[in-house]
Design a protein around this ligand. Structure first.
Ligand SMILES: CC(C)(COP(=O)(O)OP(=O)(O)OC[C@H]1O[C@@H](n2cnc3c(N)ncnc32)[C@H](O)[C@@H]1OP(=O)(O)O)[C@@H](O)C(=O)NCCC(=O)NCCS
Length: 374
């Protein structure tokens, strides 16, 4: 057996998949062979989810059936509501999601054998957890799910009790389609590791939520906003970059394990953002300009060329729509849950337990000293 260590598992191929393909050199991403840009512009959340879960675009009947199931599973059990509405109001949304989903999974243990049906249920309830916590923690009246609305409209409605900004809701749906799937990233791999033990789908998603929360992964989007705020003005960008390199500080929203050029999702979301932020006096327009300046400097940096990833512009976009910063990673999760669950379903059809090795570099012989003699 080759003992070579691949730090961070870079370049290690652990399974076959037909869910998505990333061409990191060309900056292209497709779901089941369809470019993500095409799906973001033409498809719906439900239709893209069906595609990822099932390997083909749904016909009308198949789509209606999925939409029905997603609408029916939106409400949270009574026992869960009691816990949710008793939580402190200053928690991070990712912690709320992990905790509440874990409880729902515990209560649903009798009905969670079927991975696909459970994936639909979990996808349906994540937006409700987020929206309910948003309303509750801001002392706002709770808005129950509305069965006449589609998945994203309903989420927006439950958060803001308003559907007037149709253009924003459509833009949000496009943005979330772009977040839905991305190969074996850290959170998807976490869900696969858990799935490979033949655990249940709730556990896979709870584990994936924990991985997504980290600042090197989905947690980068809210930190981008903190960074843009800290930079404060276009004139400070160069200094910020210089300092970051000197201090070995990661610049949030840049770099990627697979894309070695522009992340196509970043390109799409930047254009989306430019089309919605029309007021140039808006504070967020200033942030957009700072982000663009960062991009210009880092993409042209001769020593360490860094390209923007999906998180550079998504946070500004979410802020513009009125979502709080602490919710950004949870917005990512409500979409990526489809990718996580699609991979678990695919992998476990031809399952083998994940169990890598490590190279032991510790002592081989050490005497046990009784505690009083240490
Ligand atoms: C995403 C990320 C973790 C991928 O990292 P990776 O493939 O493991 O690459 P490494 O961490 O090994 O970094 C390779 C080199 O690029 C540098 N680098 C990568 N991303 C960087 C960033 N955002 N800021 C500054 N330097 C960065 C590293 O410092 C390292 O330099 P070195 O070789 O001189 O030590 C990394 O790019 C990152 O930390 N980005 C910021 C967080 C972020 O935006 N995450 C969202 C990802 S979608």
């Amino acid at each position: 057996m080759d003992n070579k260590i691949s730090r961070g598992l870079e370049g290690v191929v652990v399974c076959e998949t037909s869910i998505s393909f990333i061409n990191g050199k060309a900056g292209k991403l497709s779901y089941r062979g369809i470019p993500v840009e095409t799906l973001a512009s033409n498809s719906s959340f439900e239709e893209t989810a069906y595609l990822l879960w099932n390997d083909h675009l749904p016909n009308r009947l198949e789509l209606q059936e999925l939409e029905r199931k997603l609408r029916e599973a939106r409400e949270l059990p009574r026992e869960v509501l009691k816990v949710l509405f008793d939580l402190p109001k200053d928690l991070h949304y990712m912690d709320v999601l992990k905790t509440i989903l874990s409880l729902i999974g515990a209560l649903d243990w009798r009905n969670s054998k079927d991975l696909y049906e459970t994936a639909i249920k979990i996808t349906s309830i994540l937006p409700t957890i987020i929206a309910y916590y948003y309303r509750y923690s801001n002392d706002l009246k709770i808005i129950p799910p509305n069965p006449s609305l589609n998945h994203i409209e309903n989420f927006y409605w439950m958060c803001f009790e308003n559907l007037e900004d149709e253009e924003f809701i459509e833009a949000l749906e496009s943005c979330l389609i772009l977040h839905m799937e991305q190969g074996l990233n850290a959170s998807t791999f976490s869900s696969l590791v858990i799935g490979s033990t033949l655990s249940d789908m709730y556990s896979c998603v709870v584990g994936a939520l924990g991985a997504l929360k980290g600042s090197l992964h989905g947690g980068a989007n809210e930190r981008v906003l903190n960074m843009l705020e800290e930079v404060g003005a276009i004139n400070n960008v160069e200094k910020y970059v210089e300092e970051s390199f000197k201090l070995k500080r990661r610049i949030m929203g840049f770099g990627h394990r697979v894309y070695k050029t522009y992340d196509p999702r970043a390109v799409y979301i930047k254009e989306l953002l430019k089309s919605v932020i029309t007021d140039h006096n808006d504070e967020l327009y200033k942030y957009l300009k700072i982000a663009e300046k960062l991009e210009e400097i880092l993409v042209n940096n001769p020593v360490k060329r860094l390209y923007p990833n999906i998180d550079l512009y998504s946070g500004i976009f979410y802020s513009y729509l009125g979502f709080p910063r602490k919710m950004f990673t949870a917005l990512f999760a409500l979409s990526r849950v489809v990718g996580w669950t699609a991979h678990v379903i695919e992998y476990t059809k031809n399952n083998r337990l994940f169990r890598p090795s490590s190279k032991y570099i510790g002592s081989m012989h050490k005497d046990y000293t009784p505690i009083d003699e240490r």
